[in-house]
Design a protein around this ligand. Structure first.
Ligand SMILES: [Zn+2]
Length: 331
């Protein structure tokens, strides 16, 4: 959270929630899990199952749950909520899906087809696996020098290396394979044993049960590091993959990392692909250039009170209105 949001969070009261439920909210998460996971733990923290169940209770108390179908047909009112989940991690099936069913709430799951079935993984997750491995096993001076030379890092301390590794560009992700080798880390074995990602049969079961899936690009690149054509292909191919494999007839998509750098031209290309598409960003309670773009906020921070967090997002909306940043500009 930024400085302004931190101040607003401190100023917010749980009881304010009753006053700010006049608009729709679209909270999103990546994962709900009770344990620590090597592929996530160096990237962000997340809630456990009990915290997630509580979040849903709070949301249901103040907002009306809608289905993705309601969203696609535009058939919903004014104080509604719909949950969505990015990155297609296994726990959407093992943890989130059962809780949503128990609570009678639907959701949208955005996946990267390249990782479905666990043949390969997201490069940021790979970086986290490497850092978890180093935390456990240590790293010799010789190994540190070797891994730094793979990327050309000028890193003489372990802390510096950790930062550099988390920030490598998408185009350098293949080099992580050399790091696995230097560290004697068997990534295929990790993917096979841990199965970090959802499988096709799990997706099918959830779709058959009335849950909705959308694309999140094929391989989760930071889109600003790609050309316009590459961006478009990564996005459309991920939705096509779902259509081909599961026969779905709708188009849902969420931007990986952030929608901040996304051009108007790209948005228009997606509307051209399917004029009924619904696109999800993660810029908070803001208004985008078209009603088919839904802006979401992250609700997965485990150390924040959910009521206060939703209030904070609303206060931040008013702040953005005052400073003229409520409406998103795209060029
Ligand atoms: Zn993502």
């Amino acid at each position: 959270m930024g400085l302004v949001k931190d101040i607003l969070y401190k100023a917010s009261k749980r009881s304010f929630l009753r006053k700010v439920n006049k608009q729709n909210v679209f909270p999103y998460y990546h994962i709900i899990e009770d344990h620590t996971l090597d592929h996530i733990k160096n990237l962000y923290s997340y809630k456990n199952k009990a915290q997630f169940s509580y979040d849903i209770d709070v949301l249901k108390q103040h907002y009306k749950p809608i289905t993705p179908q309601d969203l696609l047909s535009g058939n919903y009112g004014d104080n509604c909520f719909l949950l969505s989940f990015d990155d297609g991690l296994k726990e959407i099936y093992t943890n989130i899906y059962p809780i949503l069913k128990e609570k009678g709430v639907k959701g949208v799951f955005f996946i990267n087809p390249q990782f479905v079935d666990n043949k390969e993984g997201l490069y940021k997750h790979y970086a986290s696996i490497i850092l978890s491995h180093i935390d456990r096993e240590g790293l010799s001076k010789e190994q540190l020098e070797k891994v730094c030379s793979v990327f050309g890092f000028n890193c003489n301390t372990l802390e510096r290396f950790k930062l550099e590794l988390k920030g490598i560009p998408f185009s350098e992700r293949e080099k992580l394979q050399s790091v696995f080798e230097i560290l004697n880390l068997d990534i295929k074995d990790y993917l096979e044993k841990e199965e970090p990602y959802i499988t096709r049969s799990q997706i099918k079961e959830m779709i058959d049960d009335g849950f909705y899936f959308g694309g999140h690009t094929m391989s989760h690149p930071p889109l600003h590091q790609l050309s316009f054509e590459e961006q478009k292909n990564e996005i459309i191919a991920s939705m096509e993959w779902l259509k081909v494999h599961f026969g779905i007839d709708y188009s849902l998509f969420s931007f990986p990392f952030s929608d901040r750098s996304i051009s108007k031209k790209l948005i228009e290309a997606l509307f051209e692909y399917d004029s009924n598409i619904i696109i999800f960003g993660n810029s908070g309670l803001k208004q985008d250039i078209d009603d088919r773009i839904i802006q979401r906020f992250n609700l997965e921070k485990p150390d924040k009170q959910v009521e206060k967090q939703i209030v904070t997002e609303n206060l931040y909306k008013y702040y953005n209105k005052i400073i003229g940043k409520y409406k998103i500009n795209r060029s």
